[in-house]
Design a protein around this ligand. Structure first.
Ligand SMILES: [Zn+2]
Length: 293
């Protein structure tokens, strides 16, 4: 089954629902960054929440960036998700394998809870909107719940999970977020609380092979499906964009790199790709600069 996000509403529009299957996206990120299980789970959870937020963007080029740093060994996690479903991101330390006493991956301890979640919405030409909230537990789902409540005044239940197989790959990943709309009644609030208390972990639901629409209807039988969107781990960097970054370096810096004779190696943090440029290529870039000026 492909990765996708399904958007629905229930109880006559009082509840808005997003269900996401992100197994391949999370596993592709794990592969790109050579993540150990706890790092893979932490990065995958942030990617899943950010992808869900981006699924509401109207324009394909609009973007949501989430930055989390909780002071734990994971370091900083940065994820960018675009309106067209492209998601990329990285984690400070990809080598974490921390397990809780109950056997689950210790995402909260890896991320830490002394820091912030910053969400930036880039809507093309308009001024970007930025919201910052304190982290609650570093478990990511709780932290996004708090973000929605404080920064967007939207009461939400956020379930997000990444199941990592003993062999190290991501076996199932996804998210289920339901949010109360401003017109929600007391009954709707109670309905959501009941589901939140009894619902199975979302990664288990995904792992059981259920379709996202069926997952939604299990909890919200009257749900109306409104839209669906594909998502994938995909970085927008290319040799051309990286060359463009070299081309705007100061002339003196380029000349120094050329004198060094070692060429240049640039790294894209989002997808862990290295781009090498030979001294001859650097000379070419310098010549182009001279022609332009
Ligand atoms: Zn990249």
């Amino acid at each position: 089954m492909n990765d996708e996000i399904v958007i629905a509403q229930a109880l006559n529009g009082q509840i808005r629902i997003h269900a996401a299957r992100t197994t391949k996206m999370c596993d592709d990120a794990r592969t790109a960054h050579h993540c150990m299980p706890t790092s893979a789970a932490a990065l995958g959870r942030v990617m899943t929440c950010t992808a869900i937020m981006a699924s509401d963007l109207k324009n394909e080029e609009e973007r949501i960036t989430a930055v989390i740093n909780g002071g734990g060994p994971a370091g900083t996690i940065i994820v960018q998700a675009y309106g067209n479903g492209d998601v990329r991101g990285f984690i400070g330390d990809p080598n974490l394998y921390m397990v809780r006493e109950d056997g689950h991956l210790a995402v909260g301890a890896a991320v830490g809870n002394k820091g912030t979640l910053t969400v930036t919405r880039d809507m093309g030409l308009k001024e970007p909107f930025r919201g910052v909230t304190e982290l609650r537990t570093g478990e990511i789902g709780d932290d996004f719940t708090y973000y929605f409540a404080i920064s967007e005044q939207t009461p939400s239940v956020v379930g997000v999970g990444v199941l990592v197989a003993p062999e190290g790959h991501v076996r199932a990943a996804g998210g289920l977020i339901y949010q109360l709309m401003p017109n929600a009644s007391e009954e709707a609030i109670e309905y959501c609380e009941n589901i939140a208390a009894t619902q199975k972990p979302v990664s288990e639901l995904i792992d059981s092979g259920l379709d996202l629409r069926d997952i939604i209807r299990t909890y919200f039988p009257d749900a109306e499906i409104q839209a669906s969107k594909d998502v994938r781990f995909h970085c927008r960097c290319s040799r051309k964009t990286v060359r463009g970054a070299l081309a705007v370096l100061k002339k003196a810096d380029l000349e120094e790199m050329i004198r060094d004779g070692k060429g240049a190696e640039l790294h894209c943090q989002y997808c862990n790709t290295f781009y090498s440029f030979t001294t001859d290529e650097l000379k070419e870039i310098l010549e182009e600069q001279n022609e332009d000026r």
